[in-house]
Design a binder for this molecule. Structure first.
Ligand code: AMP
Ligand code: FES
Ligand code: ZN
Length: 340
């Protein structure tokens, strides 16, 4: 029987990467410590900051919201309804129940659950966008999430948006970006993206914890979460990178952590110069972009069959504008995060 590294009692969870095992209470302590360390090391937010946690209904983001409330942070949740059939309705239900069960803790820190429905707010859902637009479903989904998270936080006066990206997510994204040498994406892959005009700070407090650890945490805390993956991601390249990293991890525990944490420690500074794009307000919605219209408005116009000028509510020289749009190959959406 394995013994808990901290208290020598019977262990229930093994963390091979740390060559350690923990009992229930010491494991929960370990997870909170890893989050606390991440927050402190990168100055993510303080006790007075209002944090908006993007919660999908999956284990990672619910675990994150739970840990932040346990640590006493002013953490609210944001659920974005993507309109992906049963998957979305079940996710919404799980998130609502989580918030109901923590009403007391939320009231104590002035937190709330913010719900936004993409179709209601912006006129399209993700399956439709995948069918009608020129981007892949996952690309337009990622772009929409980053856009809505940022806007929701700005409009409601939050200081920072936190997502549940874990060590496995970040290592897989880094692997994908490295295999293609997307140096601008690599440069922006950080546990913290500082605020810029029109953009709130983005943080990933779970980047030091693996998927197994967040799953074990949720299980031990009795958090009910949606286990199934989004039905639209099947065959997604991100998943293949995750599988590849998992195979390496089996024979060499610690590979993922070395790859990601080693990058953050030693290589990230070398890429920083890449991240210097100038931002101006999108002519349709006012959110920051490197072009005239932001990637979200361009995708939305395409899906809804609208002209960008109509979104902007102003008459412009159509032909010339279209030519410019077509020649504009920068994707400002990626400013909000990785290329996943
Ligand atoms: P994913 O893009 O599905 O890997 O999710 C990455 C992170 O984005 C999650 O850990 C959540 O923090 C957030 N997220 C994903 N989907 C949603 C959603 N529908 N509503 C709110 N947050 C989400
Ligand atoms: Fe975005 Fe499935 S959650 S495509
Ligand atoms: Zn113990």
């Amino acid at each position: 029987m394995m013994k808990c590294r901290r208290c020598r009692g019977p262990a229930v969870v093994e963390v091979r990467r740390h060559n350690a095992a923990f009992c229930r209470d010491c494991f929960l302590h370990h997870v909170r410590e890893q989050v606390r360390r991440a927050i402190r090391a990168h100055d993510m937010f303080g006790p007075d900051d209002r944090v908006l946690v993007a919660v999908s209904g999956g284990k990672d983001s619910l675990a994150l919201w739970d840990v932040l409330l346990e640590l006493g942070y002013r953490a609210s949740g944001l659920y974005l309804g993507l309109g992906i059939g049963d998957y979305s309705s079940r996710s919404a239900e799980v998130v609502r129940r989580f918030a109901r069960e923590r009403r007391g803790a939320l009231e104590a820190v002035g937190g709330e659950l913010v719900e936004i429905d993409l179709a209601q707010a912006y006129g399209f859902d993700i399956p439709t966008a995948g069918r009608k637009g020129s981007r892949s479903t996952c690309a337009v989904c990622g772009l929409s999430k980053r856009y809505v998270f940022n806007r929701a936080a700005l409009e409601r006066g939050y200081d920072v948006v936190a997502t549940g990206h874990n060590l496995d997510d970040e290592a897989a994204t880094l692997l994908g970006n490295t295999l293609r040498w997307q140096t601008d994406y690599i440069a922006r892959q950080a546990p913290v993206l500082p605020a810029r005009p029109g953009m709130v700070r983005k943080v990933k407090p779970l980047y030091r914890l693996s998927e197994l650890e967040t799953a074990a945490y949720s299980f031990l805390r009795g958090i009910d979460y949606v286990v199934e993956e989004c039905p639209l991601v099947a065959g997604n390249t991100q998943l293949r990178y995750k599988e590849a990293m998992n195979r390496l991890e089996v024979t060499s525990p610690g590979t993922k952590a070395q790859f990601l944490l080693g990058y953050l420690d030693r290589a990230a500074p070398l890429f920083r110069a890449e991240d210097a794009a100038a931002l101006t307000p999108c002519r349709a919605c006012g959110q920051p972009t490197t072009g005239r219209f932001c990637a979200f408005c361009r995708a939305r116009a395409q899906v809804l069959g609208l002209r960008l000028e109509d979104l902007a509510g102003r008459e412009e020289d159509g032909e010339r504008q279209v030519a410019r749009e077509l020649s504009e190959e920068v994707l400002p959406a990626e400013l909000y995060g990785g290329a996943s």
